[in-house]
Every structure is written in C-alpha cells, then in structure tokens.
Design a protein around this ligand. Structure first.
Ligand code: NAP
Length: 291
C-alpha cells in the first residue's frame, strides 16, 4: 500500500510517500516515518485523515493499533494521511514523578531548616505536635503517589508534551512551598487537639480509600496497559464515577481541618475545581464509550 504523508498545509512531508505491505498497521506507518525522519518518534506524531478545505469537521485521528486498510475507504492501494508534530513527549510516569518529587523534598526543608531567618524571624522556633504530624502526613501522601505511579497505575500508551512537566511542576512545587511555609511558620497557631485528631484521622482513612480506588482502577487493565477504558465498579465507584478524585479531595480536607491555613484551603479549592472538571470529562467519555 502506498501512503502519502502531507503536512497540515498540504505539502508533501515525506518525498515520494512510503510503501508498506497491505497488512500494515498505523503503528507500522509511524515506525516507518520515524525511520525516515529520525526526529519524529511515534508518540510525537499525530496522524489524521485529510478533511475538505473549509470543513468544520474534526479530522479522524488514526489509532496506532488499527490496520491502514480500515482507513483507506475502498481505495485499497493508496492512502493520504496528515502529519502533525506534537513536540517532544514524556511518559506519564516521568511527568508524575517530577510533579510529586518537588513537594516531597521541599516541605521538609521548611520543617527542618532555619529558613524563616531569611524572612526576618530571628527568635527560637517552637515546633508544635501538629506541625510534626503534618510533615509525616504530607510526606506519606507524596511518597504514596510516587509509589503508585511506578507500581500501581497501568497507564494507557498516551504521552504528555514535555512542556507539561514545567507547567505541572510549577503548580505542585509552588503550592507545596506555599503551604509548607505557613504550616511550619514560627507564628503558626495550632488548632485544638481534638480537631487535629479528627482531621488527620479522617484524612488517613481517605488516603487509604484513595489507594484502594487506585487498585480497582489498576485491575481494569492488563499489565501492559491494554484494555482501554472500562466502567470502574465496586467500593465507592458504585456511588461516584471518579471515586479516586473524591477521596483525594477529602484527604486534603482532612489535612486542612488538622492544620487550618488559608494556603491549604486555597490549594483545596484549586485542586477540587481541577479534579471536578477532569471527573466530569471522564464521566462523559465513559458514557460515550458505554452508552
Ligand atoms: N491534588 C491534586 O491536585 C491532584 C490532581 C490530580 C490527581 N491527583 C491524584 O493523583 C491520582 C492519579 O491522577 P490521574 O489524574 O492520573 O487519575 P486517573 O486518570 O483516574 O488515572 C489513574 C490510573 O487509572 C487509569 N484509569 C482511570 N480511569 C480508568 C478507566 N475508566 N478504565 C481503565 N483505566 C482507568 C488511568 O489510565 P490512563 O493512563 O489512560 O489515564 C491511570 O493509569 C488521582 O487519583 C489523585 O489521587 C491529585
């Protein structure tokens, strides 16, 4: 089969096109493009079918697992595809690891080191028990997330643009430092002992529930990440589509009940609005796949 590869402006992207055998898949085509161009490895490529000029229709994106024949529309011997460079890509594992590493390392800096001297607080710093428990809670949370990233989540084959590493790290690292600054501050006023226990107790239960939600999600796919998207069932998934986000939000609520800072609540509001949008999008996607 002859495949013509054009850029979005319609210019020929690979001179003379590529010749592939009739049983070739989109993944084979991507490998063949990579061989010819070197720079554009498969996850950097977005291949679509051409649309009529001026048409408002969304182009059909070629799925890597499908055979090229499925897209050739009766004309078995030639196919034209549009190539778009998605820019440098990283795996979701890499993205998540760097996102979470920042808060895991930065938070203890505010607890252990005399950073407040640089902000003009020269006196002796008294550490309240709640600040120590908050450190353990925080580090446990981000350590858990890194471990889940490597040993629990079964990611699809999707990758993320490299630029998202910088954007997401800015989000997590800045919020991590902002909250750490206030919770460990020498002028920090602790909440009552009972409130602290309720907050951390509730938060830990939610973290464990969140871990269990991730185990349920993991079991929806086989070990190589194949299996697509399924309807999660059981435990809290019987009540809400994205129970992992619900428990994540509530565990931050627990942390905030125990530590009570404006910074922590600002993060809770921002994180809740982000996860709510994602949850709604995931719910819509599942309804589309399983009408
Ligand atoms: N504090 C915050 O601001 C914040 C924000 C976001 C997330 N988080 C935490 O980080 C965790 C991971 O985040 P995430 O956004 O990656 O969660 P997610 O999209 O729900 O994914 C977790 C894993 O489960 C898979 N998965 C999700 N739904 C599935 C379904 N219906 N069928 C099969 N597999 C499915 C995902 O696959 P894919 O690779 O295909 O997506 C991914 O590997 C969250 O659960 C939450 O605890 C915190």
């Amino acid at each position: 089969m002859k495949v013509n590869i054009v850029s979005r402006s319609g210019r020929e992207f690979i001179k003379g096109g590529l010749e592939l055998n009739d049983s070739a898949t989109v993944a084979d085509l991507q490998e063949a493009i990579h061989k010819r161009t070197k720079k554009f490895y498969p996850s950097r490529q977005r291949l679509t079918l051409p649309v009529q000029p001026g048409s408002k229709e969304r182009p059909v994106v070629l799925h890597y697992k499908k055979s090229l024949k499925e897209y050739s529309d009766g004309n078995q011997n030639t196919l034209t595809v549009v190539f778009k460079d998605l820019g440098p890509q990283v795996s979701y594992r890499t993205l998540f690891f760097f996102e979470y590493l920042g808060p895991l390392l930065l938070y203890p800096v505010f607890y252990y080191f005399p950073v407040y001297q640089f902000f003009g607080y020269k006196g002796e710093r008294v550490i309240h028990p709640v600040q120590t428990y908050a450190l353990y809670y925080w580090c446990f949370h981000y350590f858990k997330r890194i471990m889940e990233t490597f040993f629990v989540h079964r990611f699809s084959h999707a990758t993320s643009p490299l630029s998202n590493v910088f954007r997401n790290c800015a989000y997590y690292w800045t919020f991590g430092s902002y909250i750490a600054y206030y919770v460990n501050h020498p002028l920090y006023t602790p909440v009552s002992d009972l409130q602290m226990k309720i907050g951390f107790g509730f938060g830990i239960v939610c973290q464990l529930a969140n871990f269990y939600c991730h185990i349920i999600l993991k079991n929806l796919r086989s070990a190589d990440g194949s299996g697509g998207y399924q309807i999660p069932r059981g435990f809290l998934f019987n009540i809400v589509t994205c129970a992992n986000y619900t428990t994540e939000i509530y565990q931050w609520l627990g942390f905030n009940i125990a530590t009570q800072t404006v910074a922590g609540y600002v993060f809770l509001v921002v994180a809740t609005s982000i996860m709510t949008n994602w949850a709604l999008a995931k719910h819509r996607r599942l309804r589309k796949v399983f009408p």
